[in-house]
Ligand binder design. Structure first.
Ligand code: ME8
Length: 517
């Protein structure tokens, strides 16, 4: 039977800046979801990439005395490096300066034009290059010296030029209907309410071309105009799915996208403009847009001017890759804002990873290695306690699926850690070390049951911490093709007599070094 398809995307990141923890966070969340789905038997397409056009990038390149393409190649390379470094399993990396994307964008434009959704007029109003967004007078806030600022705090400039417009105002009813679709098209619910009241407040047509700079995709048939960078950027999701070849297997299989994952800053572009563009072009809108929260650093907003930008490369070097992956996914309810603190990171590493999971695996597997001739022991008759812990492991997946289907990633991790904690309780309660001479057969059974639950925990944590989980499964000698969710429960039970490798600690404790030395 053909596998069900699943298509997930990250925002494509601007190349005006090098990657920071916020970018790593969004892509990590998508990686975790993509891996979960693959383990669960789906044919997944996971897309990330870079957004390389527009005035902001053009200005950043000029500030560095580089031509825009050369500048884009360099910074885009850093984002690809980050993906490798953080073990992201993206299947494609799109750059908006690629030819496939130019073709796709221009095709989308034509489709919007042919369907009567684009007209030529004159734009006069406020524009923020930093946000690459237009603002109405009543949205602006006062800055220092009476200067007007965008609601995001970005500088705005007055723009007056000929421009193409998209008839956004015609799509309000369809958007409001789309927000009511079940399963939810916009999550969290608070974000859906936000866009829905924005739409109810009245939509103005959107200026979608500029004539005052050149770094972008020309409007087909009028190359004095460059497409508004957000049309260009959003269309990347279609390009990677094979658009404009809508009859291709790829497009039919993967479109509409299952999840566009974004930060809350770019919700409006994804949950208002994008579905409107698509509906207007006669293309199905995505199944879901999820907007996650914002990270601060030790309680403060992360910004270049405050000099507190967190470099993902540096924290992974210091704390370890899977440790950082675990922390980011566990620490904050997904969708809410979160605070990055060293203290919280170290607490998670030492308590959840080193103590709870690390010790459980190390103690049980070392006992097997020493006392059971390096082999998975025989499992005797099961007591109610043995059965209870096995049933918990065997039946957890249904619960996790439900949580992951609404992107409750941190709840998912918590539920897995409840199993870790229950298994620790079981191991401590059965105290197999007291049975070595008094009842070696019972000791063997307790160790078998514990190792079997550790096997399932390793599979269940592999979408969060792929390397560490693989080490645990290697130690248990579980075949590489027996590490999917279809191996959870009784089907994948460890085979008594299987040799195991000498266990080595997978989650070291973090010891704070004297940072002055
Ligand atoms: O907006 N906390 O690109 P961008 C959490 N090119 N996430 C954060 C974050 C933080 N402090 N800072 C950034 C763009 N992010 C456009 C997108 S998509 C068609 C075009 C993450 O480089 C978050 O996902 O400014 C946010 O939405 C994204 O980076 C913005 O990246």
């Amino acid at each position: 039977m053909a596998k069900a398809a699943f298509y997930i995307t990250t925002p494509i990141y601007y190349v005006n800046d090098i990657p920071h923890i916020g970018h790593a966070y969004t892509t990590l969340a998508c990686d975790v979801i993509a891996r979960f789905k693959r383990l669960d038997g789906y044919d997944v397409m996971f897309l990330t990439g870079t957004d390389e056009h527009g005035q902001k990038v053009e200005k950043s390149a000029a500030a560095k005395n580089k031509n825009p393409q050369e500048f884009c190649d360099e910074v885009s390379g850093r984002f690809r490096e980050l993906a490798r470094f953080m073990n992201f399993s993206n299947d494609d990396f799109i750059r908006t300066t690629e030819q496939r994307h130019k073709i796709s964008c221009q095709a989308l434009w034509r489709q919007l034009e042919d369907s009567g959704n684009i007209y030529l007029d004159k734009y006069s109003g406020w524009y923020s290059v930093r946000d690459e967004a237009y603002y109405a007078e009543n949205e602006l806030v006062p800055g220092e010296n009476g200067q007007k600022l965008a609601p995001t705090g970005a500088a705005v400039e007055w723009v007056e030029e000929e421009s193409y417009f998209f008839k956004l105002s015609a799509w309000a009813d369809d958007l409001l209907k789309w927000y009511q679709t079940v399963p939810a098209t916009v999550l969290p619910v608070s974000r859906r309410n936000e866009v829905s009241s924005f739409v109810k407040g009245g939509l103005r047509d959107l200026s979608i071309s500029r004539t005052s700079f050149s770094w972008g995709i020309p409007v087909p048939g009028n190359d004095k105009h460059i497409m508004y960078v957000w049309i260009d950027a959003l269309a990347n999701y279609l390009t990677a799915a094979g658009y404009p070849d809508v009859d291709s297997d790829r497009f039919r299989k993967f479109w509409p996208a299952d999840i566009h994952m974004v930060g809350k800053d770019i919700l409006r572009f994804h949950a208002v403009y994008w579905p409107a563009f698509l509906m207007a072009a006669g293309i199905e809108p995505p199944k879901r847009v999820f907007a996650h929260g914002w990270w601060t650093n030790e309680g403060r907003k992360i910004s270049k001017s405050l000099g507190n930008v967190i470099d993902p490369f540096a924290i992974v070097e210091e704390f370890g890759l899977d440790q950082v992956r675990y922390f980011l996914m566990r620490e904050v309810p997904f969708g809410k804002d979160g605070d990055f603190s060293r203290h919280a990171m170290i607490a998670r590493i030492n308590s959840d990873l080193a103590n709870d999971l690390g010790n459980l695996a190390q103690r049980s597997l070392s006992m097997i290695f020493k006392n059971c001739d390096h082999r998975i022991p025989e499992c005797g008759d099961l007591t109610p306690e043995d059965q209870a812990i096995l049933v918990k492991a065997d039946t957890l997946l249904a619960n996790l699926r439900e949580l992951m289907d609404c992107q409750k990633i941190n709840r998912t991790v918590e539920v897995i850690w409840k199993l870790v904690s229950d298994c620790n309780g079981y191991f401590a309660g059965q105290a197999p070390w007291t049975l070595k001479t008094s009842d070696p057969a019972r000791m063997a059974t307790v160790l078998y049951v514990t190792a079997e639950v550790v096997r399932q925990i390793a599979i269940l944590t592999s979408f969060i911490m792929p390397d560490s989980a693989a080490k645990l499964l290697d130690q248990l000698n579980v075949d590489a093709d027996q590490r999917g969710f279809d191996q959870l429960g009784p089907v994948g039970r460890l085979t008594p007599g299987t040799m195991i490798d000498k266990p080595e600690g997978v989650f070291p404790r973090y010891v704070e070094k004297d940072r002055d030395q």
